[in-house]
Design a protein around this ligand. Structure first.
Ligand code: AMP
Length: 138
């Protein structure tokens, strides 16, 4: 397996080297908004310690991340009055992963509303408003 790259974009977000819209953090995990949201409220949860994905993550990293995923899934569902939540996670390029620091996508969903296409930059003002709604629901 390829080694962890300490200069991947999420490692740089963790170090505060590039901006992010943070919604929650604890000692072990960080949650922030996806800049190319496929639904309103689309956020990412990552461990603060390095690992590429589920394949090299420790049980402790996975436990901490999934606890935060659950907390944020409940908050995002409430914030957007959603009927469901999609949780996505990709491993290595062949598995659809583009950023090689473990992350889970949390996407509030409404009945009959499809996800937007991937790779479309979001409106940063709208993302900030969505983040505030999620913080308020936490
Ligand atoms: P994947 O590795 O396939 O799960 O995709 C990486 C995800 O990270 C995509 O949904 C991107 O929109 C998102 N992303 C990439 N760069 C940033 C960033 N600087 N801030 C927030 N989200 C990002």
């Amino acid at each position: 397996m390829t080694a962890y790259d300490p200069n991947n974009i999420f490692a740089r977000i963790l170090r505060g080297e590039i901006p992010s819209t943070r919604v929650y953090e604890d000692d072990e995990t960080l949650a922030f908004m996806d800049i190319m949201p496929r639904s309103d409220g689309h956020l990412l949860v990552i461990p603060k310690t390095p690992c590429r994905n589920v394949l090299d993550a420790s049980p402790d990293q996975l436990e901490a991340v999934i606890r935060t995923v659950k907390k944020l899934a409940i908050a995002a569902k409430a914030a957007f009055d959603a009927e469901g939540v999609t949780i996505q996670q990709f491993n290595e390029a062949a598995g659809g992963q583009e950023v090689f620091h473990l992350h889970f996508h949390v996407l509030p969903r409404h009945e009959g509303v499809a996800l937007r296409a991937p790779g479309q930059m979001g409106d940063m003002a709208a993302i900030a408003t969505h983040a505030e709604k999620i913080r308020a629901a936490l």
